[in-house]
Design a protein around this ligand. Structure first.
Ligand code: SF4
Length: 355
């Protein structure tokens, strides 16, 4: 019954689900997971279509971060084996951008491990954005931590299309994983990115000790920000961090969460990110049949992913084409939808052929 109600709401009435409706779906036993997965897939196909968007990351400045996010091996407060280096040379950034293009991805995200960018770093990032645009035609996203209004405006003016700033987890759990900034600090930066004219990429990490109820809260809190993209990381406990001995989510819990996120965020690019290989294992393809429609290809920030060829083979096997760009205008929707995004500045995209 809860699945029938959710199906009618999302596919016939085209209305968002209430918190109670999602909680009722989540309360179904995991034996009903195939039915939930099937519904999430139908919702994804109805709202987003079959394409899968590919993005690649570069960890352009690693480690020595002053913040204390309990999952993060790049915090200077924990003894971990994460690399520590200053912002890469432009040549190294460009090499990664070319590899991104060659891997068939259309979006390149420059990530730095900082609380927020100081002036010198911001200038280097803006130079790199310009160079990547000019040489590769890739869309560029950035993830530089907390921003001021002025910094958000400069990134938008430089042509950064999408800004990643994860809430990481729900409001209630956040103080247990970070004490050096607040959940509201993160929300403020997410809003600044939108106000500056960038698309918002905002998600988090599942499996940090949150309950299923809190996972649902998190999905609804994200939906309030109307993100264009929602990365879902599945905790890969890093040795030396406070969460280093946290047990992994089971594959079924992870698939249930992905499907629930799709029901709450029907229009978003839901991107499977770090931890997918470790947690989903043989069931990675199921993640894309449970509502996810975007992948990070190649390596993650501090952990190794699998080869882009393996992901292309998976998409071929699933009959899911690679999107030729990160989906401009996906959030400008019909009158039935509650979400409306400001039009994004025009940027050229070189459609990439995937062999
Ligand atoms: S998640 Fe970001 S802000 Fe937190 S410690 Fe890691 S690099 Fe720093």
């Amino acid at each position: 019954m809860p699945l029938t109600t959710a199906e009618r709401a999302l596919l016939e009435e085209r209305r968002p689900l209430t918190r109670a409706e999602v909680a009722a779906v989540a309360a179904l036993p995991l034996d009903r997971l195939p039915d939930l997965v099937a519904l999430a897939h139908r919702v994804r196909m109805a709202y987003c279509g079959p394409e899968v968007e590919l993005e690649s990351l570069i960890n352009a400045k690693s480690g020595a971060c002053p913040e204390d996010c309990a999952f993060c091996s790049q915090s200077a407060r924990f003894e971990t084996d994460a690399d520590v280096y200053a912002f890469l040379d432009l040549d190294e950034v460009m090499e990664a951008a070319r590899a991104t293009r060659d891997a068939g991805a259309t979006q390149f995200c420059i990530v730095v491990a900082v609380r927020g960018p100081e002036e010198r770093l911001l200038r280097k990032v803006i130079d790199a954005v310009d160079a990547v645009h000019r040489e590769t035609g890739l869309e560029v996203a950035c993830s530089l931590g907390l921003l001021t209004d002025a910094q958000a405006g400069r990134l938008a003016a430089a042509g950064v299309r999408r800004y990643n700033h994860n809430l990481e987890t729900c409001r209630e759990v956040f103080p247990t994983i970070c004490s050096t900034h607040t959940w509201d600090d993160r929300v403020d930066t997410a809003r600044r990115a939108i106000d500056a004219g960038m698309e918002l990429c905002c998600g988090g990490i599942l499996g940090m000790g949150e309950t299923l109820e809190q996972r649902i809260d998190f999905a609804f809190e994200l939906a309030e920000l109307e993100p264009c993209e929602v990365p879902i990381n599945l905790l890969d406990p890093r040795p030396g961090t406070p969460l280093g001995d946290r047990p992994l989510l089971s594959p079924r819990e992870a698939l249930q969460a992905i499907a629930l996120f799709r029901l709450v965020l029907p229009r978003a690019w839901i991107r499977l990110a770090g931890g997918r290989e470790l947690v989903l294992g043989e069931l990675q393809g199921m993640g894309l049949l449970a509502g996810a429609n975007a992948l990070i290809v190649g390596n993650y920030l501090t952990t190794t992913g699998r080869s882009p060829d393996a992901d292309h083979a998976l998409l071929d096997a699933l009959g899911m084409p690679v999107a030729d760009g990160p989906g401009e205008g996906r959030y400008v929707v019909d009158g039935a939808g509650a979400h409306a995004r400001p039009a994004q500045p025009e940027r050229s995209t070189i459609p990439l052929r995937v062999e």
